[in-house]
Design a binder for this molecule. Sequence first.
Ligand code: PMP
Length: 306
Amino acid sequence: MTHAEDWNPTVYLNGEWGLLSEARIPVLDRGFIFGDGIYEVVPLYAQADGARLPFRLTQHLARLERSLGKIRIDNPFDDAGWRALIDRAIQENAGPGDALVYIQVTRGVAKRRGHAFPAGITPTAFVMVGQLAFPTDAARARGGVAVTAEDKRWLNCDIKSTSLLGNVLMAQYAAENDALETIQLRDGLLTEGSSSNIWIVKGGVLLGAPRGPRILEGIRYSLIEELAREAGIAFEERDITEAELRSADEIMMSSATKEVMPLTTLDGKSVGDGRPGAVYAALFDAYQRAKAREFELIRNRAKQGA
Ligand code: PMP
């Protein structure tokens, strides 16, 4: 899918559908004033019949519910409600190619600016279909460039908050260094990328930083565990030191928009032999099989429901 600058999807905002260019929120929306909101990004895969199917939607909606709960915003919809909105957003913006669904909920519009939660406020809800191009085969074959930086974010990184300034600065740092991702370190330990989870391979074992407040648990975290099991790759969730990162045989990132992607250069040095590794290749294949299985399941359910 091309990244047309005139992309102007029909979006959902607080009960109404209209063009993105026309969508408006009041200035006192807590999302604008305080970054007081939660979001999700769900990948949509183009199918041979022209449909676009979400991958791991159930898990994304569960994380949305968890994130909202952690900052005490009432979820404006149940799963069925969100699914109906997402289905409609996909229908309204039908077209070729892969895409994504962006969901955002903020605490709502306050009457005046003040930090503490206003009483009796209704959350703002927004759903948009966005453009998405997954990494090309050529980009995967080369692998991505990564740089490292100190993780200076707050210690609630497990909340998928729209307060993303720390992540924004890290992504900008990558862009200014012609890198795909910035890998963050806190107290000498690997945390995660600016918008991805990071995995390393040492002696054939796949390692992931511990789940907890220092990282966002990607929807791909449990998925990678499943894929590793399926591919017969040993996996350990544990602290990863900077020295281990720098001497890793393989490094890869995972996210909704990159799937699993090899990182073959770290701070200007080759990772392993400088080429995507065998563990990456096995996980990538297993990822494609997992997608095929899930899409088959969605199609079968739709047939039964029809
Ligand atoms: N960590 C951060 C900070 C992220 O922004 C993302 C992307 N949402 C991830 C990890 C990966 O999460 P997911 O697999 O759900 O895309």
